[in-house]
Every structure is written in structure tokens, then in C-alpha cells.
Design a protein around this ligand. Structure first.
Ligand SMILES: Cc1cc2nc3c(=O)[nH]c(=O)nc-3n(C[C@H](O)[C@H](O)[C@H](O)COP(=O)(O)OP(=O)(O)OC[C@H]3O[C@@H](n4cnc5c(N)ncnc54)[C@H](O)[C@@H]3O)c2cc1C
Length: 349
């Protein structure tokens, strides 16, 4: 069967793209290797900037009805325990488990008319023939929404070599009593930890550090949160890698597949949803209106999406790569709360 568009990966980027393509009447395939619902390494925090995209996808109300934690405050904790808190400008940030969020988005894509196949992409040849664990598929356009280790980019030789400098670990653990409606970003001698309540008496606990530091980070978390020894953790790497060109003619890259941002700022899901939506607009223009410049348009829009914000990302990365220096700044009061508030407001637009 010939699809108009094959979207590889059903995270927020792929589901958003597939739903928009299918709703416009394109024969859309959404290919996902994992059986949903599934968790993934993520802080589970939805930046308020996600809401307009979720409204356009007509799922905002349903996302609000998923079990979630409300976030009203961000607390930065330095090594040694000094905490500086910033109230969020509006109480619109929530944390919701990816098992629930991603499944809801996938169901929305299906309801819009996308065909969801549970299979792994294993090979592809341009103009496009895709070999999956279940057989061959033909498509006019391919959208790579398959995350930071994109199989599509790797198979096409687009993924550069990169250093696995840091690893992210994540688990859902019992919510400590009195944790409150806050997200905690805690600097540690060996990296950092993110903590957010996700509802149902659970806390999302993330740890980020260099591979050699992981045993110490795990030991810290086990002691701090009274976890059983041998607690299981999901893992992911890399935490950074070079950005890829997001479009070439009949190939589009969305979400983490195109560009990975520092998790500390909690914006990855927004970029995934929005770039998926933008790529869908380009694919629709190309296939339904014969617009030969649709890929150029998407490249520009993609650049615009990140422009003016990458400095926040760089600042966050610099802060977390030098946790002792950043902690000293926080402890000395050299980083005034007003500056932290301004930065936080910039992130949670
Ligand atoms: C430690 C950490 C904490 C984070 N915290 C936050 C946060 O609090 N808030 C936030 O907004 N962002 C956060 N992020 C970033 C966020 O998780 C990502 O930006 C987001 O998941 C990107 O979505 P995506 O759809 O591009 O890719 P993904 O969510 O990675 O989805 C890719 C999908 O593709 C599928 N796939 C991969 N390969 C294949 C294949 N060969 N065949 C078929 N399917 C395939 C995968 O199974 C997966 O379902 C965090 C990241 C990390 C590492």
C-alpha cells in the first residue's frame, strides 16, 4: 500500500504531525516500535507553551483530565542545600506521565484517520520504501519523529558521531510527604536531579550525570528518597548532540530527531509538538498543493522556533555542567531571585 506520509515514531512530535496530516486527508502511517502505553526517560513536565498546540489538536481538555501533578513553583537547590524558589507566572504547568500523555496523542492521531502500526523501522531507501519488522511499506514523504537516536537519520547517514557525554536516568517513586506543588531542580556534585509530582501519589525522579558518576547519583537518590537498593531506572543518552537539517525535499525531521535541547529547561515536549505541527503544514502544502518550496518553508519556521531561545538552553547547560560553580553563585546570592524569575518566565512562556 502507498501512503502519502509515513511518520516514524509516535512520541509527541510524531503523533502531532500524524494527527495534523491525517486530519487534512493525507493517507498517513504512524509507525511505533514500542507497545503503548509505555514510559520513557522524561521529567514529565508540560511547559505552558504546549497548550495552544494541544488545543489545536483538540486534546487539551483530555490532557487536563489525565492524572497529573500541578506545578506552581520552581525550586533551584544548590549543592549543600541552599534553595531559591521562583513562583511560576501562571499556574498552568502540569506534570503528566508519558505513558498516559503519549498514548492519548497516539489515539488522537488514530481518531484523525492515521493508521498506527506497531513495528520497528529497520531499513529505508529514498522515494521511499521502508522495511519494518512486519514487512515493506511505500510512502511519498517520510517524517523522522524517532527521537534523539533517530533510526531514520542513522540509516540515511545523517547522524554524526557524537560523544555520549552524559546519561539521563528516570524512575517514578513514591511522592515524599509534603512535597508540594513544585518542580525541584537540584544541583549535585556529580550532575543534577529533577523532581516533579505526577499525580497518583508518585514523583518523577530524574538524574543526569556522566557515565562514571551514575553509581554515586543512584546511591544519592536511594538515600534521599528512601528507595529500595537495586531500584530500577530507565536510561537515555546522549543529552546533547549536533542539530540536523530539519528538511530535504521529501524528508522531514521533527522533535528530538532534528534537535535535542537540555532537559533542565523542560521544553522538549513543546518543541516536539510544535515542530510536528509545522512539518505537517509543509507536507500538506507539498502533497496537496504541489508547493515545491514547502521544505524550505519548514526549515525557516524550524529555525525561527528555536531562534532567540537557544541562549537559555546554553545557559542552562553551562549551569548544569559546572554544578559546583553554579551552586557557589546560588549560595552567595550572586544570582538574584529577580534574574532567576526572569529566566524561568522566559522558559515557561
Ligand atoms: C532526563 C530528561 C528529562 C526531560 N524532561 C523533560 C520535561 O520535563 N519536559 C519536556 O518538555 N521535555 C523533557 N525532556 C525532553 C523530552 O523528553 C523530549 O524532548 C521529547 O520526548 C521529544 O519527543 P519526540 O517525539 O521528538 O521523541 P520521543 O519522545 O523520543 O519519541 C520517539 C518515538 O520514536 C520511537 N522509535 C524510535 N526508533 C524507532 C524505530 N526504529 N521504529 C519505530 N519507532 C521508533 C520510540 O519508541 C519513541 O516512541 C527530557 C529529556 C530528558 C533526557
Amino acid at each position: 500500500m502507498m501512503f502519502d506520509v509515513a511518520v516514524i515514531g509516535s512520541g509527541p512530535a510524531g503523533a502531532s504531525c500524524a494527527a495534523s496530516c491525517a486530519r487534512a486527508g493525507l493517507r498517513t502511517l504512524l509507525l511505533e516500535r514500542e507497545k503503548f502505553p509505555r514510559e520513557k526517560v522524561c521529567g514529565d513536565c508540560l511547559n505552558p507553551a504546549c497548550w495552544p498546540v494541544l488545543e489545536r489538536l483538540a486534546v487539551a481538555d483530555r490532557v487536563h483530565r489525565l492524572p497529573h501533578g500541578k506545578i506552581e513553583r520552581v525550586e533551584f537547590i544548590a549543592i549543600g542545600g541552599r534553595a531559591v524558589g521562583v513562583d511560576l507566572p501562571r499556574a498552568a504547568e502540569i506534570a503528566v506521565k508519558r505513558s498516559a500523555f503519549d498514548e492519548l496523542l497516539q489515539q488522537r492521531a488514530m481518531a484523525c484517520g492515521a493508521e498506527v502500526q506497531h513495528a520497528t523501522l529497520e531499513a529505508l531507501t529514498p522515494r521511499w520504501t521502508l522495511t519494518t519488522s512486519h514487512g515493506e511499506i511505500a510512502a511519498r514523504v517520510v517524517v523522522a519523529a524517532d527521537g534523539r537516536n533517530s533510526t531514520v537519520a542513522r540509516l540515511l547517514g545523517l547522524l554524526p558521531r557524537f560523544e555520549k557525554e552524559r546519561v539521563g536516568l528516570q524512575a517514578h517513586v513514591p511522592l515524599p510527604e509534603g512535597f508540594g506543588r513544585r518542580v525541584v531542580l537540584q544541583l549535585l556534585p556529580d550532575g543534577y536531579s529533577g523532581q516533579a509530582p505526577v499525580g497518583g501519589g508518585e514523583l518523577n525522579l530524574c538524574l543526569v550525570g556522566r557515565p562514571a558518576a551514575l553509581p554515586r547519583l543512584r546511591a544519592w537518590a536511594e538515600a534521599e528518597f528512601h528507595l529500595p537498593r537495586g531500584q530500577t531506572w530507565r536510561t537515555i543518552t546522549p543529552l546533547r548532540r549536533p542539530a540536523l537539517s530539519p528538511a530535504q525535499h521529501d524528508l522531514f525531521l521533527v522533535g528530538d530527531a532534528a534537535r535535542v535541547v537540555e532537559p533542565f529547561t523542560g521544553e522538549g515536549i513543546f518543541y516536539a509538538l510544535r515542530s510536528g505541527e509545522l512539518a505537517a503544514q509543509a507536507v500538506i502544502q507539498q502533497l496537496q498543493h504541489g508547493d515545491t518550496r514547502a521544505a524550505d518553508w519548514y526549515r525557516r519556521e524550524h529555525q525561527q522556533l528555536y531562534r532567540g531561545r537557544l541562549w537559555v538552553n546554553r545557559l542552562a547547560r553551562a549551569a548544569v555542567l559546572s554544578p559546583r560553580f553554579t551552586s557557589a553563585l546560588l549560595r552567595s546570592g550572586f544570582v538574584p531571585p529577580a534574574l532567576l524569575e526572569a529566566l524561568t518566565t522566559k522558559v515557561v512562556r
